[in-house]
Design a binder for this molecule. Structure first.
Ligand code: SAM
Ligand code: SF4
Length: 358
């Protein structure tokens, strides 16, 4: 039996790490708790085997329907239960979304994510409009992702038929901690939606938030849940809580940077073929801290022209700041639709791709 935490950092050519789905929480914890620089070194080594470490994907999130959400997610600026600075807005007109998407593409964005402050999708005129948005933004030649809350199998299929590339649905934290953060739906509801998306060819984006009052063991549980899915999410989001005034979590303690770095590096090690997206809260990190995150396996970010990620209450660096950061770090913007090719090892071709996708 090989050591449970040995991802064999000495091999350089073929994949030292394989894509495993049988991780135990003890194995993940052992990796997570490695001496920090050893952890970063191992994650960086695996990152280079599975990903093009010179590239970072820049994504743009468009809030197509803002605020007035009936759910009680205790971090969220858009829940109707909390008094926040966010003003509710109806579902955007398609033309406005297309303009924003076109501008994002011109700025070098390769993935456009459309987010709606809904509990879930309801069939009807609004969903039909979203399907039209998906179709038309996809036609621009960018990856399109939606985050619309819960979806059933039929709705997932309709999104696939419209050309959707990815569906985001975060588990946010461990199953045990979930009910301290959200009471209006269950963890199983979220897992069911992920399973519904998996019945289509739409790729999955899922992850969590650091700083919700969880223990380290909750973070390990979350990684365990994601890394033992039959197919890993193609994209794994690591958010740092963006503290929103008026929400129950407005006074949470800051997440120490080394904990964010550990989470990213561990996600990279246990899901080596996935994109790891450093998302909300990135604005609090310096260029050098972000550089360490990219070294440890993060390879995707959200950016915008306005310096906001989702709503005005969730800030992010803007395009200019991110272009300057990527230039300083010697990184380039990843082109769209590279995900599937990235699973193919240049040395081993199709056989390797089969291994990665199994
Ligand atoms: N309503 C849909 C849902 O909940 O799936 C989609 C939109 S929701 C805003 C998308 C994700 O953004 C959430 O699952 C959460 O992980 C993240 N998010 C929202 N507010 C955040 C905050 N203040 N800090 C960090 N992450 C946040
Ligand atoms: Fe609504 Fe999504 Fe915010 Fe929860 S995270 S309150 S479901 S918009």
């Amino acid at each position: 039996m090989p050591s449970t935490v040995d991802v064999n950092p000495n091999r350089t050519r073929s994949h030292a790490a394989t894509v495993r789905h049988d991780w135990t929480t003890a194995e993940i914890r052992a990796l997570h708790d490695l001496p920090l620089l050893e952890l970063v070194f191992r994650a960086a080594s695996v990152h280079r085997e599975f990903q093009d470490a010179r590239e970072v994907q820049v994504c743009k999130l468009i809030s197509i329907k803002t605020g007035a959400c009936p759910e009680d997610c205790s971090y969220c600026s858009q829940s109707s239960r909390y008094e926040t600075e966010v003003e509710a807005q109806p579902l955007m007109e398609k033309e406005r979304v297309l303009t924003l998407a076109r501008d994002a593409k011109a700025a070098g964005v390769s993935r456009v994510c459309m987010g709606a402050a809904w509990r879930g999708v309801k069939d009807g005129a609004q969903f039909e409009r979203v399907l039209e948005m998906v179709k038309d933004v996809t036609a621009m030649g960018v990856e399109v992702c939606c985050t619309l809350g819960l979806v059933n199998e039929t709705q997932a299929k309709r999104l696939e038929d419209a050309g959707l590339y990815a569906y985001n649905h975060n588990l946010d934290t461990s199953e045990g901690h979930y009910k301290s953060v959200i009471t209006t739906r269950t963890y199983q509801d979220r897992l069911d939606t992920l399973a519904n998306v998996r019945k289509t060819n739409v790729t999955v984006c899922s992850g969590g938030i650091l700083g919700l009052g969880e223990k380290i063991s909750d973070r390990i549980e979350l990684l365990h849940t994601l890394a033992t899915l039959d197919t890993h999410p193609e994209s794994v989001q690591v958010n740092i809580l963006s503290k929103v005034e008026g929400t129950p979590l407005q006074n949470q303690e800051e997440v120490p940077f080394d904990e964010t770095l550990r989470m990213i590096a561990t996600a990279r090690l246990v899901m080596p073929a996935s994109m790891v997206r450093l998302s909300a809260g990135r604005v609090t990190l310096s260029t050098w801290q972000q550089g360490l995150c990219f070294l440890a396996g993060a390879n995707s970010i959200f950016s915008s022209e306005t310096g906001t990620m989702l709503t005005s209450a969730v800030p992010s660096p803007d395009y200019d700041a991110d272009k300057a950061m990527l230039a300083t770090l010697g990184l380039t913007m990843r082109p769209p639709f590279k995900g599937k090719e990235m699973a193919v090892c240049p040395d081993e071709g199709a056989a390797c791709a089969r291994m990665v996708e199994e």
